[in-house]
Design a protein around this ligand. Sequence first.
Ligand code: HEC
Ligand code: HEC
Ligand code: HEC
Ligand code: HEC
Ligand code: HEC
Length: 433
Amino acid sequence: MHRWKPALAATLLGGLLLFLLIRFFFPWPFTEPTQPPSALSPRQDLEAFVKSYWQTPIALQGPPPPSYSKLEASLSPEACGSCHAQQHADWKESLHSRAMGPGPWGQIIDLTRNSPQEAVQCMTCHAPLSEQIPVLLKTTKSGDTAQEKNPHFDPKLQLQGIVCAACHVRNNERFGPPKAQSTMGAPYPPGTPNHGGVQRTSHFERAEFCRDCHQFDPENGVLVNGKPLQDTYREWKTSTWAKDGAACQDCHMSNRRHLWKGIHDREWVKGAVRVESQVKNNTAAGAPGSLGATVDVVNAAVGHKFPSYITPKVFVRAALLDDRDQILRGTQQERVIGWDARFEAGEWKEYFDTRISPGEKFQAIFEWTPTARARKIRAWVEVHPDHFYHVYFYPAYLQGEHLNPEGRKLIEKALKDSGNSHYVIFNELMPLN
Ligand code: HEC
Ligand code: HEC
Ligand code: HEC
Ligand code: HEC
Ligand code: HEC
């Protein structure tokens, strides 16, 4: 009866040693959380912040603290701009300030009459403060949605789109990023009223801060061939940019500028997309297809797909030129970079998806039958930021029978504007010998 005891003791001791050894080298499965159980990890903290901060429509601010001057209490971008001039000047130039331009507003006017809930849906991204929305939606006891007139509605603010307060003010309190080492546009003159200070959080520097408006829900949103119609955050998240810690703000708000340049800015796009062309001349053979050119388009510094949305198209074109640099008839060819998805007969259909992921390359290959009149090859790349709207969406929308006249006029303007936003990022004439 006593004989097994040393064996047991040895086994127990061995087990204990093994346990300590494993614990020493691989502490993670055994360690207790170092924080009390209620504390959140940095990731959970970020997600919790974003979730509560971006409840949209953003709740009415309520009465301002009595200590605020009229200027500090105002939600208008001009009021903020009287103390934050640089941010205001930038924002005025940005598309965030035009998020209630003719295209969105022309549709929202009609929706406000016919389907107020859908109008509110649009405004959760295009003009998200409750003060910008004419109705307040309430869920009744029976679970229905009821609407009532919003006594705090400000029609001027509504048309100013994504105003400063949408990103920076909750319950009249200012939120912002940690103080920058070289804050531009500040120092505030001594004694400047400061709206009771600022709640500073590094969450302002994270991509998740932009996610609610730039990413459709991949679980419950509309999917086209398995992809959400807006997928920018996830495209970024799986890229090397995210892995290396470059957030949206590092590119789109560098030095904390408020310009948010994107596909509508030629210089910006040229700086991030590399294009190279080459002649593939094999004219000695003289056979059809023996004269050629390649155009490589590289997504060198776009933090997501180039382009990200279904709305832009990038045309890669090439043609043969004669001795006066005129295009020889019938020689122009084209390849298209973009996500061609259209809403037809009640559903979304994908035609093609040739967008370029970060770091990757699109190669267009062109071939012609050699001709004696050809002296050069011209290769060029044209960006049409609003192609989808101009070619498909607005023309179809204007076919609608019951458009209100004001909405129709706005959409006609949007149709015209969307046809004028294209530009060339690459144009090369390559001599043939
Ligand atoms: C009367 C002048 C005044 C007005 C109006 C004003 N601010 Fe400020 N704001 C200040 C001052 C002063 C500070 C610096 C406060 C501090 O560091 O504690 C500041 C700081 C900030 C910061 C932190 C960034 C930094 O430079 O330190 C943000 C963000 C901000 N304000 C947003 C806004 C927004 C949005 C509005 C309009 C809704 C607004 N402010 C209106 C004076 C003003
Ligand atoms: C989840 C946020 C979100 C919602 C909801 C949303 N949009 Fe947008 N919308 C965007 C973003 C982001 C862009 C910018 C896309 C781009 O630059 O290509 C945009 C662009 C647009 C544009 C083209 C830009 C312009 O100013 O002409 C129109 C038009 C538009 N939206 C209309 C609407 C309408 C109408 C609704 C409601 C039916 C709506 N949007 C709902 C986020 C949203
Ligand atoms: C779409 C959201 C958004 C809008 C709209 C917006 N901001 Fe900001 N703002 C930010 C973010 C995000 C940062 C921090 C950026 C970073 O850390 O790179 C910031 C930073 C700031 C700062 C600190 C600047 C510094 O140099 O430290 C001020 C001041 C400010 N914003 C004021 C404004 C004012 C005034 C407006 C309107 C004219 C405005 N913001 C509109 C998102 C926004
Ligand atoms: C409240 C919703 C909202 C938030 C938050 C928001 N955006 Fe936007 N953003 C939009 C909408 C809507 C548009 C399109 C405006 C238009 O053209 O009508 C837009 C346009 C843009 C564009 C211009 C795209 C183009 O077509 O050239 C860029 C870049 C951009 N946003 C980046 C950001 C970044 C970075 C952040 C985070 C700091 C951010 N946005 C936060 C709604 C938002
Ligand atoms: C490494 C730099 C970089 C990062 C990081 C980055 N972007 Fe961009 N973004 C660009 C460039 C360059 C363009 C212009 C080319 C283009 O449109 O694809 C652009 C374009 C856009 C556009 C225009 C729409 C379109 O169809 O292309 C939007 C909106 C946008 N970015 C939002 C974001 C958001 C949101 C994030 C973060 C989740 C982000 N970007 C991260 C560089 C960046």
